[in-house]
Design a protein around this ligand. Sequence first.
Ligand SMILES: Nc1ncnc2c1ncn2[C@@H]1O[C@H](COP(=O)(O)OP(=O)(O)O)[C@@H](O)[C@H]1O
Ligand SMILES: [Mg+2]
Length: 180
Amino acid sequence: MQDLSLHMLDIIENSIKAGARRVEIMINEDLEKDILSIEIKDNGEGIDRETLEKVLDPFYTTRTTRRVGLGLSLLSQSAKEAEGDILIKSEKGIGTAVHAYFKHSHIDRRPLGNIADTIFVLIAGNPDIDFYYKHKKNDKEYSIDTKEIRAELGDVPLNSAEVIKIIRKDIEEGLREIRG
Ligand SMILES: Nc1ncnc2c1ncn2[C@@H]1O[C@H](COP(=O)(O)OP(=O)(O)O)[C@@H](O)[C@H]1O
Ligand SMILES: [Mg+2]
């Protein structure tokens, strides 16, 4: 139904709603093992045990889609279509980690989509949240951490036009370099 980058936006929307101050996004494309893995970790309020059981139960979420929402169950569905799955770990007051994996070459594996734009939109649209993004493809790796950029900027805001332009370029070029 949708690109994985849109799924990611959905999952990170949950992190932002949960008051996360830092979100870590890790993508690993391992063509040798034929696995695409996406991990999103946040330090938001976490999910209580009762809710966690519900979001993990496909029957429950199917019956209550309107009330519980679809972000996690749709991602779970997309993962299962490509011989993958999702794992959710969460601790109240500590944070949440969502790990989705897929068989990379699976015919039904959704494309990543415009991942550079997605990361950029998240950074530019949430200047008060720190984003760490690491993308590995085989033996190549790109990463960006707005916490480090922020430290270098001093008083200049992260979402100032100049800085935003540099960040966008860095992500686009970095990804082009590793993904080809
Ligand atoms: N990162 C997160 N931090 C805290 N709570 C979360 C997080 N992700 C999901 N949740 C909880 O799980 C519920 C289901 O999430 P989701 O499937 O995306 O549906 P929706 O966001 O539409 O409710 C959310 O309403 C929220 O209570
Ligand atoms: Mg959601």
